[in-house]
Design a protein around this ligand. Structure first.
Ligand code: FES
Length: 106
């Protein structure tokens, strides 16, 4: 069953989340990455569908795509779609900033 789970407090957001810098989070053994583009938060599985690299070690480009550090496949952090359909889509999650922190629907 899916639920909203608080993943970061406001204090943790202030300390760890910077614009366009992916943050790695382990939630119940599931590796996740969080990105804030300065406006909106995004969450996705921190495992590249191509060959399992840690996507949080990659960079975000100006098109809202996370670039895998191993073979440079690019995934939309919004939809999870790989830009050239070279592999399966990346799993993305609904994320919400509330008055007391960041929540993930998972
Ligand atoms: S492991 Fe990510 S593109 Fe190959």
């Amino acid at each position: 069953m899916m639920n909203w789970i608080k993943i970061l407090s406001l204090e943790q957001i202030e300390q760890h989340v910077m614009v366009n810098k992916p943050v790695s989070i382990l939630l119940n053994q599931t590796p996740l990455a969080i990105v804030w583009d300065g406006n909106t938060y995004f969450a996705f599985k921190n495992v590249c569908p191509h060959n399992k690299a840690r996507l949080s070690d990659g960079k975000l480009n100006a098109f809202g795509e996370i670039i895998c550090p191993w073979h440079e496949y690019r995934y939309s952090i919004k939809t999870g779609r790989e830009c050239a359909n070279r592999t399966a889509d990346l799993a993305t999650f609904t994320i919400e900033k509330r008055a007391d922190g960041l929540y993930l629907f998972i």
